[in-house]
Design a protein around this ligand. Structure first.
Ligand SMILES: *Cc1c(COP(=O)(O)O)cnc(C)c1O
Length: 235
């Protein structure tokens, strides 16, 4: 019987090559972050090939697509160690995300916390949570808590009996200098850690700006297109 998760030989070679180049970019910075490979829009066979290549963490941003992909990976014995949910959350979807995600990086309001708690309890799971911070810029609508709301939201998660506060996530605003945005983020992270030393993760940096994020203390980078290629639809 053929393996439904088998990518073509050519695709596997391309993924291996691109993954190696990204790992080289990371190691050139002298840091050793967790590489979260963002597989949104790409098939489970690609994610399976990446797991075979040693990828431990994958990122997804839409509930339906993510749930189906994780189920396929599990059925094929290729579930990655950690599945990160990195997309904007609606409160009616958050409980469902809690069933399969290990890390939810995009928590930006209390309603989402409550919904994740409900889902985590129902599934008898614990979840690692990152608070997504809005770093400003013109591209509104990418989500994130404003800095004024950050400490209250952190308290809310820290009090939870099923969620573990792990740190912050952010996307550098489009069309702005990522250096300045990541410096600001590092400052917010340092302050958060004074109140919550356990919140040591900083998820920042994507295909185009990972070096800059790592220079500002990122512990997790989320890389999609540099490994999988251009996505079929601009997001
Ligand atoms: C899609 C996405 C990424 C990956 O972006 P690339 O530029 O393809 O590396 C990272 N973070 C978030 C939140 C995303 O939605």
């Amino acid at each position: 019987m053929s393996d439904p998760l088998a990518a073509t030989e050519e695709r596997r070679a391309a993924l291996a090559d691109a993954l190696r180049r990204v790992r080289e970019r990371i190691s050139a910075t002298g840091t050793d972050p967790t590489l979260v490979v963002v597989t949104k829009f790409f098939p489970a066979s690609d994610a399976a090939a990446l797991v075979d290549l040693g990828v431990t963490d994958i990122g997804e941003n839409r509930d339906q697509e993510a749930a189906a992909k994780v189920a396929e990976l599990e059925a094929g014995g290729r579930r990655p160690q950690r599945v990160h949910f990195i997309g904007q959350l609606q409160s009616n979807k958050a409980a469902h995300v809690a069933r399969y995600a290990d890390v939810v990086e995009s928590v930006d309001r209390g309603k989402i916390v409550t919904a994740l708690e409900k889902g985590a309890r129902a599934a008898e799971r614990r979840l690692d949570v990152l608070l997504q911070v809005d770093l400003g810029g013109d591209d509104a609508g990418r989500g994130g808590v404003a800095r004024a709301g950050l400490s209250a939201l952190a308290e809310r998660v820290a009090e939870s009996d099923v969620l573990d506060l792990r740190g912050l996530m952010a996307v550098a605003p489009l069309g702005e200098d990522p250096e300045a945005a990541f410096a600001h983020l590092a400052d917010l992270h340092a302050r958060l850690r004074q109140a919550h030393p356990e919140a040591s993760w900083l998820s920042a940096g994507m295909s185009g700006d990972l070096e800059s994020a790592l220079a500002h203390g990122a512990t997790h980078v989320r890389v999609g297109s540099a490994i999988l290629g251009a996505r079929p639809v601009a997001r």
